[in-house]
Design a protein around this ligand. Structure first.
Ligand code: DQA
Length: 151
């Protein structure tokens, strides 16, 4: 059977990621969020997936975005940013929707402050990619597509 309607993937960027490009490039790289989103859309397109990217600085909005994925998206790539280390509600939302999710981080959480080593949200995703700057998003997207395709 051909896949006439491309499957959809939701990419959620958390707080302060709208500042990428200006924000500490040694940790986060020099690409802007728009450049990262364009790259993800191109990779998704090549693999037969529509990639929809959203960013919010507000915890409740991220919860709403996760909820919006139910029935509408085959999977979620999420960088909850600072909320990774604190947010029980985003974690609960990811658990509640039951859609495969992959967490990504531009920086290497294990090479930074101790409080960043725990991700409440990452623990309920299928896996976490951390430390490859914008490449983390690319590998996270490719991993999610493999999960969706059952490989
Ligand atoms: C981040 C890591 C978080 O600890 C931090 O609060 C961020 C970005 C990353 O992508 O490396 O804002 O999620």
């Amino acid at each position: 059977m051909t896949n006439a309607t491309p499957q959809r993937i939701l990419v959620i960027h958390g707080p302060n990621l709208n500042l990428l490009g200006k924000r500490d490039p040694t940790l986060y790289g020099s690409e802007t969020l728009e450049q990262i989103n364009a790259r993800l859309a191109a990779i998704g397109h090549d693999l037969g997936f529509d990639v929809v990217c959203k960013q919010s600085n507000i915890e409740g909005d991220i919860v709403e975005l996760v909820h919006s994925a139910r029935g509408a998206f085959g999977g979620i790539v999420i960088n909850p940013a600072g909320y990774s280390h604190t947010s029980v509600v985003i974690r609960d939302a990811l658990l509640a929707v039951g859609i495969p999710a992959v967490e990504v981080h531009l920086s290497n959480l294990y090479a930074r402050e101790e409080f960043r080593r725990v991700s409440l949200t990452g623990a309920v995703t299928r896996g976490v990619v951390s430390g490859f700057k914008s490449g983390s998003y690319e590998w996270g997207l490719r991993a999610l597509i493999q999960i969706i395709e059952g490989k």
